[in-house]
Design a protein. Sequence first.
Lengths: 435, 435
Amino acid sequence: MGGGAAGLGVAGAAKGQDPSVRTVVYTEYEDVAYSPCGIPFVHGKEIESFEKLFLATKEQYVAQGIDVHYETTVESIDIRSRTIKVGGEGEVGYDRLILATGWNYDTPDIPGVELGGIYHVKNIRAAMEWDKYLDTVESAVVVESGPIAMEMVSALQHRGINVTLIDPGPWPMADVIDPDIVEPVRKDWAESGVTLKFGERVTAFHGTDTLTHVSTTFGDVPAQLAVIGSHKVANTALAGAAGIKLGSTGGIAVDPHMRTSDPNVFAAGDCAEIPHGVSNVPLQGLSGSHAYAQGKTAGINAAGGNRVHNPVYVPWGMLAGQWMIGGVSFGETLATALGLPFVTGVADGITRARYYPGVKPIKVKLLADPKTRRLIGAQMIGGEGIKERADFLGIVARTGVTVDTLATMENVYSPAIGALNEPIAMAAQALVAKL
Amino acid sequence: MGGGAAGLGVAGAAKGQDPSVRTVVYTEYEDVAYSPCGIPFVHGKEIESFEKLFLATKEQYVAQGIDVHYETTVESIDIRSRTIKVGGEGEVGYDRLILATGWNYDTPDIPGVELGGIYHVKNIRAAMEWDKYLDTVESAVVVESGPIAMEMVSALQHRGINVTLIDPGPWPMADVIDPDIVEPVRKDWAESGVTLKFGERVTAFHGTDTLTHVSTTFGDVPAQLAVIGSHKVANTALAGAAGIKLGSTGGIAVDPHMRTSDPNVFAAGDCAEIPHGVSNVPLQGLSGSHAYAQGKTAGINAAGGNRVHNPVYVPWGMLAGQWMIGGVSFGETLATALGLPFVTGVADGITRARYYPGVKPIKVKLLADPKTRRLIGAQMIGGEGIKERADFLGIVARTGVTVDTLATMENVYSPAIGALNEPIAMAAQALVAKL
């Protein structure tokens, strides 16, 4: 159930594990196998068309033996009879059911939220229609600074639209990133004309059929468009109604095989929750690569294999204005909120030799447990090389490499591609000095 | 003794360890603290001037309390009396002597090698003069494909000079890189008009005062310039004459504190040899970042501290034509030559989402020991992110992370900065499947 990264990860992995398995994917949408993460960049005209976001054709799934039922809604699940009720198909039996039902925006309970002009960026067909509407928009508000919303701020700005970001937090993505790390993004946006309102909330959306302005705790803002950037909530309505156990985040609880409370039902992706490697806190609503990996684990196990999914350390990264930001696990803000003891080391470095064209600044902050001297988190901002360093530090956190080892790491020095001093090593050296 | 990356690493670290230490640096050159690695890129006009390569002014060293004696030659060492004989200064005593005397090109024993027009890329003042000469050159040969020579091929080509690369090896940098990895570089050079002669040797340089052509095993080539790209050999004449023990590579033998066979003498950088972490084979002639790190270790210990230098795993990387190449420790060629058992996993990936502007291909080959399942080497070519991945895999090799762990690594997926599938993980998955 679900045609996103998790659902297609399931289908491909199940077929890989046992080619004789009959694999049916149900999706309420017209398409599978496109990259929803690319939508903000088409709106921003970095990518020329939505067609570019499609990864595979419908024929390719047919060729792989994966039977996709498009525009088909599953209405209910009966775990005792091992059947689902499918719109237009009636009762359908299963040996193993895999829930990959994804997420929805946590729609704010604000008057007028049902008006036209209020955009939840998610589905590609809807995005194609919204893109035409964007041509008519003069002013827009972005409501809360989730990752997609951060990308939409820049996208709307690239379209020449006046943008106001309204976020109840004290700085952008305050639940993920530390203020010192994100400060250059805030400054970049402010200098390029984005109006930034932190610690503020939208109180009402106004308009007849379509949005004309929003009321906020700081006043009224004219806006023909509101992009909703609220949190992801797990889409678990059918699972919950079927008696499948949900966890503390509201996501479907799974064991390390991605099996739910019912032995014949698995779950993967944004509808499920999975433990964090450092804190053991369950997490939900991670990235497309996490969803895909979880889908592969669920698919292999559902088809008779035996794969254990590891706890996650969540390397992450993205564009934000002119910058790349990223990290692993916890920043100072979150570690403090969780009561985790930590010591930090910070370094300002450069990505190539100081004199080489294209050299960019990069800031790395590492957090370590003062007792074990292991990495519990990292935060970064820079002009290049953030994704690769986040992946690296994800493995460092997972395998328990100490900051002492990082402080003495070897690094590539070659003027065109790397500086004499690697900022990860410098940050680790600063951290070790404090320890 | 020596004003390169190692020597200045020594001086700064000794002062950091004990500010009361009197620190004198002897260099035969006019300058210290410039980046010789940048020279090919100034010749190639990627960098506008040689002045850009200077990292610090002479005044900055004075301010740090580091006494640099420029254009000063140390003539001999007496380890019993703990003195050195310095040109123009006479006998100078020391408590601790640190040898950072660097390297020389292994000058080929070829008739005519003393002619004008034969360029050993190394010193910045010489490079400034050579740069003027390059304006007069129509055709050039590059003799052997060491790393600096690889960069010079592209630099000369960017200057509009006809370039012929003549290398006795079967492909470029054959002692470091595998043929499948370097093939796109060879193709790129061939397509852009570089003449490539592998398995060939220069037999004579011809000219009256200045080079006019070279004879090779395949015929004669007109050339007003020959860039020598032979191996680095450790500059150990004074150390050897003083009775300090040399190792199997010809470099000065040191213990993990970078101490030589004489307890009052340390060595660091290209003049010393250091054990490889996987094979324990001694290595010499690594990168500027290795020299600097060794210098810091030697400086700290010489000034009364206690730092152990780890065996090296040698992450490396560089530009080569349009590509970045890099790796860690051994490729297939070298592992086979050394008789190390290994299994490979190879993956062709991409650096960003397939549809995102600036996306580049990237190929990763991993080598693992089939018994321990640990990484013993990696080889990569791609359009971006090679340096960061090499650093990452250097720590993987050093800490013994298995390919099983790499095969299940988490990775950042965000269209503008990273693809859904990380090529390191894909290569590890291919390797695990073979194991």
